[in-house]
Design a protein around this ligand. Structure first.
Ligand SMILES: *Cc1c(COP(=O)(O)O)cnc(C)c1O
Length: 219
């Protein structure tokens, strides 16, 4: 599917939900995609991209940054504390703040560097063993903890379980954000971004629908 088609579907979903045009940001998820596919999307004028691994992003994006201006890079995958400094240099936004230790590290580095990326707290809405994210019952406390650390918490992020109706998870995320006064909702991927927009997504993370199937396993 072309970038243009995805943008049109986002615009339709915004209208259908009675939301202003342009209220949803499209993060083109370029992880493990070959450079020529990424370049093709850059050449169409798109500038907002998502990567799930710091190492991969560090190898791929400095080259593109030298050739294209205003690239806006988002980290959407788990972050190890020993890569936090590098992540803060590479990314405008980190969607995967998921534990107190990481929050404390980011806060310390933010003090030291004087700036901090926009942050989203990842919530494990499906309470899945293998998935990162704070549990829904612990979210309010963790949000307060991050705020006490002066972290710029912009919103919440979730990845629903593959075998469940995603709308239930999007609604839960929106509810937690609402009662905590958070505006940002990072939710919705290739298969369900329209449902996410209907439930208030401000950031959708779309990979394969733009770039085609990922050619390498995610490792
Ligand atoms: C890979 C990935 C996506 C994009 O998935 P698609 O189904 O290809 O759109 C979105 N969010 C996260 C966190 C991902 O890791």
């Amino acid at each position: 599917m072309s970038l243009q088609e995805i943008n049109a579907r986002i615009a339709n979903a915004e209208t259908a939900a009675g939301r202003p045009a342009g209220s949803v940001k499209l993060i083109a998820v370029s992880k493990v995609q070959p450079n020529e596919r990424v370049r093709d999307v850059l050449d169409q004028g798109h500038r907002c991209f998502g990567e799930n691994r710091v190492q991969e992003a560090a190898g791929k994006w400095p080259g593109f940054n030298a050739q294209y201006s205003d690239i806006d890079l988002h980290l959407i995958g788990p972050l190890q504390t020993n890569k936090a400094r590098q992540a803060m240099e590479l990314f405008s936004t980190i969607h995967s703040v998921d534990r107190p230790k990481l929050a404390k590290t980011l806060a310390r580095l933010a003090q030291e560097v004087g700036t901090c990326p926009d942050l989203f707290i990842q919530v494990n809405t499906g309470e899945e063993e293998q998935k990162a994210g704070i549990l829904p019952d612990d979210a309010d406390t963790f949000i307060a903890e991050c705020r006490a650390l002066d972290l710029p918490i912009h919103g919440l992020m979730c990845i629903p379980p593959v075998d469940e109706e995603p709308s239930l998870h999007f609604a839960l995320l929106a509810k937690i954000a609402g009662r905590n006064g958070l505006q940002g909702l990072s939710m919705g991927m290739s298969g369900d971004f329209e449902k996410a927009i209907a439930l208030g997504a401000t950031h959708v993370r779309v990979g394969s629908a733009i770039f085609g199937e990922r050619v390498k396993p995610e490792g």
